[in-house]
Design a protein around this ligand. Sequence first.
Ligand code: 2HA
Ligand code: ZN
Length: 270
Amino acid sequence: MNDILNSPFISEMAEITSNMYRLGWNERNGGNISVLLGEDEVAPYLDVTRVLRTIPTGFEAPELTGKYFLVTGTGKYFRRVAADPENTLGIVRVADGGRTAELLWGFSDGGKFTSEFPAHMMSHAARLSVDSDNRVIMHCHPTYTLAMNYIHPLDDRSFTHTLWQMCTECIVVFPEGVGVLPWMVCGTNEIGLATAEKMKEYRAVVWGMHGLYCAGKSMEEAFGLVETVEKAAQIFVLTAGKPRVNTIRDPELRALAESFGVSYRADFLD
Ligand code: 2HA
Ligand code: ZN
């Protein structure tokens, strides 16, 4: 058996969480990540017949039964993942129609997966239903996206439209737009269901006055999506309240999307 600490998925998780922490997206124990892994990826590092503990999930997700996830732990700090992966991370296999998760590795202090496990699992199921290559759900509290939430209307169309105007690349990176949820109690099945509903349409979902959920085919792609939304929000916040002398106009956004051949939400433009 190979040393799991040298596996590509643990190395990448350590690198991504360290970067997210340093970018100010994941203070203290804020945020969480889950990565869908194939049994073929896990098997060289783990005896998949050896279940350490069975942990109840509190929800059902039959379509995820038997799937393996690398996931961050509840109460764990992103700042600490690189130094202490076996305690801050876990690998689980979803069992019993989603009602339980079998721990195969990690959470070494007796802990368990993130409190947002329902939102993660429901989002994975939703993304997989529209994109069988989706692997990653990433949640964080990026500063400018959050700041923008307090001074901008919270609806899909206007939030997306403003972000698209802030950086030329936005409509190319997230042509489907971003979904926006109102403020809700986090850690519940309700916010999980609401997020998953949005995830059928969008890879980026804003949790009003809380943070951002992004999905992707890889950690890199989900990270890049957070980065792009956050950059646009930063430009918005830096220019908010100042006279707008120039802007990217809707015909220009349309020309951009068409030039890059992306299928975009034309109804989000005026
Ligand atoms: O504590 O970010 O949404 C982790 C969170 C909850
Ligand atoms: Zn959060």
